[in-house]
Design a protein around this ligand. Structure first.
Ligand SMILES: Nc1ncnc2c1ncn2[C@@H]1O[C@H](COP(=O)(O)OP(=O)(O)O)[C@@H](O)[C@H]1O
Ligand SMILES: O=P(O)(O)OC[C@H](O)CO
Length: 506
């Protein structure tokens, strides 16, 4: 008989969480551990895949212990993950050939400029729904094949496996070198630049452009799979054979966790970066305004549901930068107190394009700038400008989304670590001119993965059932007058222009 709970593992950019939910979507237990951010040189960002797997095992064991449960009481397990981050490992030993190249890493900029110069932009837009960018996995995998000598040899022999973090976690959970399954889902695969959005299969012509052998790629499966990807092993952290049957990229998982399951529903998740997704149903909507077209989810044999996405690389990460690199605050939430020491931004704007500009500009050559500095400016203004940058970047992608879809946003459903910042949520409503709305369960990413897993084994019966669990917690109404809103936003646009063209490519 199916156990009475569902577990989700959320392997994010900065930390790994395991959460246990019951049938009414209540959180029964949560455990979370951070992992190291490795910066070998400017623009490079890495994670240690073995550390990620160790943290995963710890949080799974701790979440079970905290809830006094054993693996036998878990009906199913779902995975959600930081997307695009690229790992290549050996099938026999389970050993990665190098650290994971994280989505924020810009080392593939030369590969990407080369692809642009060869005139491939249109092909990627049409087939993969994406612009050419260092953000996605394809160029990262090409870089590994070209720079780590034994990878190409092993890949051709079928011994080197590629995966995003979902694939890595599922492979280990289902046995690793002892029969681990090598799979991914449509939502994750659509972030590689290698999947054709229509066929939901790897695109051979694109694989050829990057020189990627097909045999190193995982099988693409539904996000919620009644056939099960596999089962956890009894010697793994769950200590029992639990169906592994849900897999969603973290931003698509948040869309599901926010129950944004109808065409026209949108959410914005504020974490390390921020990611706004609009459900476009079974229609693949091409973007003319700098958004990306992505697979949102596929439940069992149902159709693939697509989304338009506005990906913003740096929002919460800029708060971490104030904390870790500048030492202006000790904890991230303290940024609010510091920002409240001043009335406004004092005329400065902070454009945090640390990884180049993502949506809607996609400029590899952009880097971060702070403009408008005078002797009047103090650390309070910097804190305020950091929070405001999150809201302005969101407006940039909301405008693009409205232009592409013709849908005028009535309110914005929000979630993620930054949504407990009242100043930010109010400023966001002010700068958009529509309310921001936070649900009771702000852990929507994990919840979305739990839903995907639970739906596969009949723990929840239908997507309709999960809609009833969404409940509003708090709503911020816009209070700023139109003239001030537009003046502030015009200043932001000017600042953004100043960030472009900083890096020059030969
Ligand atoms: N009260 C706060 N105000 C502003 N930023 C915050 C606050 N609390 C957390 N953050 C930021 O939110 C991010 C963590 O959110 P989370 O959703 O856990 O992110 P992720 O899943 O990307 O690791 C961090 O970048 C942190 O700096
Ligand atoms: O791990 P997060 O929450 O920072 O999300 C990262 C995104 O998936 C990157 O595309």
């Amino acid at each position: 008989m199916a156990g009475p709970y569902v577990m989700a593992i959320d392997q994010g950019t900065t930390s790994t969480r395991a959460m246990v939910f019951d049938r009414e979507s209540n959180v029964i237990a949560l455990d979370q551990r951070e992992h190291r951010q490795i910066y070998p040189q400017p623009g490079w960002v890495e994670h240690d895949p073995m550390e990620i797997w160790e943290r995963t095992q710890e949080v799974v064991r701790n979440a079970l212990a905290k809830s006094n449960l054993t693996g036998r009481e878990i009906a199913a397990i779902g995975i959600t993950n930081q997307r695009e981050t690229t790992i290549v490992w050996n099938k026999r030993s389970g050993k990665p050939y190098m650290n994971a190249i994280v989505w924020q890493d810009t080392r593939t900029d030369q590969i990407c400029t080369q692809l642009e110069r060869q005139g491939y932009a249109q092909l990627y837009r049409e087939r993969a729904g994406l612009p050419i960018s260092t953000y996605f996995s394809g160029p990262k995998l090409q870089w590994i094949l070209e720079n780590v000598p034994e990878v190409r040899r092993d890949a051709e022999r079928g011994e080197a496996l590629f995966g995003n973090v979902d694939t890595w976690e599922i492979w280990w959970l289902t046995g690793g070198p002892d029969g681990g399954v090598h799979v991914t889902d449509v939502s994750n695969a659509s972030r590689t630049m290698l999947m054709n959005l229509r066929t939901l299969d790897w695109d051979d012509e694109i694989l050829k452009i990057h020189g990627i052998p097909r045999q190193m790629l995982p099988q693409i499966r539904p996000s919620s799979d009644p056939q099960l990807y596999g089962k956890t092993t009894s010697f793994g952290p769950l200590g029992a054979e639990v169906p592994v049957c849900g897999d969603l990229g973290d931003q698509q998982a948040a869309l599901v966790g926010q129950a944004s399951l109808d065409v026209g529903m949108a959410k914005n998740t504020y974490g390390t970066g921020s990611f706004l997704l609009l459900n476009t149903g079974t229609e693949i909507v091409p973007s003319k305004s700098g958004l990306i077209t992505t697979a949102a989810y596929k439940f069992g044999n149902g159709p693939c549901i697509y989304a338009l996405e506005g990906s913003i690389a740096i929002t919460g990460a800029a708060v971490q930068w104030l904390r870790d690199n500048l030492g202006l605050i000790k904890t991230s939430p303290e940024v609010e107190e510091l920002a409240r020491t001043v009335e406004d931004n004092g005329g400065i704007y902070f454009v945090p394009y640390f990884s180049g500009a993502f949506a809607p500009y996609w400029r590899l050559d952009a880097r971060g700038v702070i403009v408008g500095l005078t002797r009047f400016i103090n650390k309070g203004h910097i804190a305020r400008a950091t929070l405001e940058a999150t809201a302005y970047q969101t407006r940039d992608v909301v405008e693009a989304m409205e232009a592409d879809s013709g849908i005028r946003l009535a309110e914005l459903r929000v979630d993620g670590g930054m949504v407990f910042n009242e100043l930010l949520m109010q400023f966001q409503a002010d700068i958009l001119g529509v309310p921001t709305v936070r649900p009771v369960i702000a852990e929507t990413t994990s919840l979305g993965a739990a839903y995907a897993a639970g739906l596969a084994v009949g723990y929840w019966n239908s997507p309709e059932e999960i809609r009833q669990y969404w409940k509003e917690d708090k709503r911020w109404q816009p209070q700023m007058d139109e003239a001030r809103r537009e003046k502030l936003y015009a200043g932001w646009k000017k600042a953004v222009e100043r960030s472009f063209g900083w890096v020059e490519y030969s």
